[in-house]
Design a protein around this ligand. Structure first.
Ligand code: IVH
Length: 695
């Protein structure tokens, strides 16, 4: 066999092995055999670069040549999707579509992958270009990076011209594995987006992106008749299509038959099963190996798609059902500026009240000046606001500019609380006056807050009252001031005063790591404090000493602590104001040494992520319940996100519960929790005893 033939044979065989492995999930050969073939091909290609095929499987490793992603025009319109926020809205849209089409339709239900939209153009069966969506008409050519995705066919089995659309994503597990390497990247989607735009494809190849293809655009005359045919053809051509989809038609039997005939996995359903299907999908979402942010419903029939047509923005034959982030439109009445406990300045949009995800929203964060500039936001503009997870709403987009011609909002140069000149640090402005009244309020309220010392009766309003009445100026004053001086102050009764006193007394028993997390040291929140304590800093004196000696290694020895964090912590602990605060708190009797607890608990919550909401009979403060979780190997978090697995709900749990229900997080009551940790409440176990006798 000559070299060319050998290169051809090896290429063909490796392409098939890659396809089987990355598209179908089958290993046809052992790793060793695969590597041997691969290495042989690499060697032959190096010796005879002129014989390397354009679809060579060795290209998956990328190259060190840089690319600046030239702009290219799309030959298909690359549109977005219209949105609905409830299963009912999807059903309504389906009904309306049938009325519009004057007949029964069938609908495909697909997962909306939370990734990067990509168009792959094949010419004569060879991958010619992979192009980002861009503005829908022009995108960036990122072919070299997309070729590193093993499931992207570089050559099709037929020499056809074809454009396909798909979503590039990074599996959750790969993100977890890589996230320490990219600490500034918040989620898999952002890492996927960054990777698609790496200048060197050899670097892109280090991040194992994958792709699901969900639409195909064939030459005229060769067009499929419905979406099922599109998917089935794509599958036959070797594309990776998402097996999690369902076909809805007037009967489940018909749907199943059509899928079977097309050789597709997927589920066949009747229309009235849509509600329960969406429920099932919402529940399954947590356990998927990739992130989805909704479902896409598409009319299957191509003739109807054509008849419905498109708006500038989206096809009229498809709709996205978004799981979360409900959006609303409203007007920006004003922009105000907030000063946080660290002096950080946050501009806030004051909005015309609008209903959003079950609550009324009047304010939304604008993050910083850069964000305002990117939005090009002015007072008077109409904007869309979104709520993501448990966090405060944010302004996402300007929908319509104001008519008065107001310019883009600029944050004034002086602190709105104390009037000092603001200083810029990184992306944010800061007020650097420590005696700034808003910072004082923020600092003390942070200390007393739920996730810190949990002094329930001393919330931000109470702190303001204490500061205004000159009882408290800094955190330690909470422990030394004479609360009885509030007698006679308008609106303050004896009961309130007693509550303040008992909150303060109770807080003296908080363990050292909680005290540490409440001091407002940068990087040292509840997780950070625990890491430090577990890493050997089990007393404040050890921390103060390491900081005094500038012993950065004492910190970085702990694997989760980087140099940057260590410097910030040391800096804060060398600050005379902080040292004085700590000494006063020590004198007041707070815990500055960690008391070790024996832990023989079975690790029944290992791998689980718990959050807590509401108040409890047996766990007061409720942080005690999370301690029980942690003792048993679980992790506790302060807000419900896609990663949360369980929510412990007490009396009066509000938005967290709604969020958990939406995300399919397991909801656990206090009673159930007690049972799980083997601490059944009295009455319940009595009942069980009686049952035991009966059986
Ligand atoms: S269909 C004309 N199907 O969601 C076809 N899009 O918010 C329109 N997406 O730009 C797209 N999964 O990037 C479609 N199964 C799916 C999808 C999907 C994710 C993305 C796509 C689109 C965005 C719209």
């Amino acid at each position: 066999m000559d070299v060319k033939e050998r290169i051809d044979t090896l290429s063909d065989e490796l392409i098939e092995l890659q396809r089987a492995y990355y598209v179908d999930g089958n290993s046809l050969k052992s790793d060793l055999e695969y590597d041997a073939l691969f290495d042989e091909l690499v060697k032959l290609e190096q010796e005879h670069p002129e014989l390397m095929r354009s679809d060579s499987p060795t290209q998956r490793v990328g190259s060190d040549l840089t690319s600046d992603f030239p702009e290219v025009e799309h030959t298909i319109p690359v549109l977005s999707l219209d949105k609905a926020y409830s299963a009912q809205a999807v059903l309504d849209w389906m009904n309306k579509s049938e009325v519009k089409a004057s007949g029964r339709l069938s609908f495909a239900e697909e997962e909306k992958i939370d990734g990067i939209s990509m168009v792959l153009y094949y010419e004569d069966g060879v991958l010619a270009r992979a192009v980002t969506r861009g503005n829908g008409h022009v995108g960036n050519d990122v072919t070299a990076n997309i070729k590193t995705i093993h499931s992207v066919p570089l050559r099709l089995p037929e020499p056809i011209n074809l454009a396909v659309r798909g979503e590039v994503y990074l599996p959750k597990a790969d993100f977890e594995r890589l996230k320490d390497k990219y600490p500034q990247i918040a989620n898999p989607r952002n890492l996927a987006a960054g990777t698609v735009r790496r200048q060197k494809s050899s670097e892109a190849a280090e991040v194992p992106l994958d792709i699901f293809i969900y639409e195909g655009f064939w030459d005229e005359g060769d067009a499929p008749s419905d979406h099922i045919e599109i998917l089935s053809r794509l599958k036959k051509l070797g594309f990776r299509i998402n097996p999690h989809f369902a076909l809805f038609s007037s009967s489940a039997e018909e749907s199943r038959r059509r899928l079977e005939e097309a050789g597709l996995e997927g589920e066949g359903h009747a229309f009235d099963e849509l509600g329960s299907y969406l429920e099932m999908v919402t529940e399954r979402r947590q356990s998927l190996p990739y992130e989805i942010d909704g479902m896409v419903t598409k009319v299957c029939e191509m003739s109807v798609r054509e008849a419905f047509g498109y708006t500038e923005h989206h096809p009229r034959w498809a709709i996205a059902y978004k799981f979360e982030s409900p959006q609303a439109q409203t007007k920006v009445l004003d922009v105000t500026v907030q000063v946080g406990r660290t002096g950080r300045i946050t501009p806030v949009a004051e909005l015309e009240a609008v209903k959003l995800g079950g609550s009324t929203v009047k304010r939304a964060t604008l993050h910083n000046q850069e964000y305002i500039n990117t939005l090009e936001l002015s007072i008077g503009d109409t904007v869309s606001v979104v709520k993501r997870g448990d966090v405060i709403p944010a302004v996402e987009e300007v929908i319509e500019k104001n008519e008065k011609g107001n310019g883009v909002y600029v944050i004034p140069p002086l602190c709105p609380s104390c009037g000092s000149v603001l200083v810029s640090r990184g992306a944010h402005l800061f007020c650097v006056n420590r005696s700034c009244p808003d910072q004082i309020l923020g600092r003390i309220s942070f200390f007393t807050g739920r996730d810190q010392m949990d002094m329930e009766s001393i919330g931000p309003k109470a702190v303001q009252l204490l500061v205004e009445n000159k009882l408290v100026e800094d955190i330690p004053d909470l422990y030394t001031c004479d609360y009885d001086r509030l007698v006679g102050v308008k609106g303050v009764g004896d009961k309130t005063i007693e509550q303040f006193k008992s909150a303060v007394k109770e807080s003296l028993s908080r363990p050292f790591h909680t005290v540490l997390a409440s001091l407002g040291i940068p990087e040292v929140g509840s997780k950070g404090a625990e890491i430090l304590v577990k890493g050997g800093f089990d007393s404040i004196d050890k921390l103060l000493e390491a900081s005094r000696n500038n012993d950065i290694e004492a910190f970085t020895r702990i694997s989760q602590v980087g140099e940057q964090s260590a410097l910030l912590i040391m800096n804060a602990l060398n600050d005379p104001v902080m040292i004085e605060r700590i000494e006063k708190l020590r004198a007041a009797g707070l815990q500055f040494v960690e008391v070790k607890e024996e832990n023989n608990e079975e690790q029944i919550f290992s791998g689980q992520v718990w959050c807590v909401t509401g108040s409890f009979e047996n766990f007061n403060p409720r942080g005690l319940a999370m301690k029980e979780v942690e003792k048993r190997g679980g992790r506790s978090v302060s807000s419900v996100t896609g990663k949360t697995t369980h929510l412990l709900v007490g009396k009066g749990g509000g938005s967290k519960k709604t969020q958990a229900e939406k995300l399919g997080v397991i909801i656990v009551t206090e009673e159930e929790f007690l049972e799980l940790i083997g601490k059944k409440s009295e009455t319940k176990s009595d009942k069980n005893d009686i049952q035991g006798e009966l059986f």
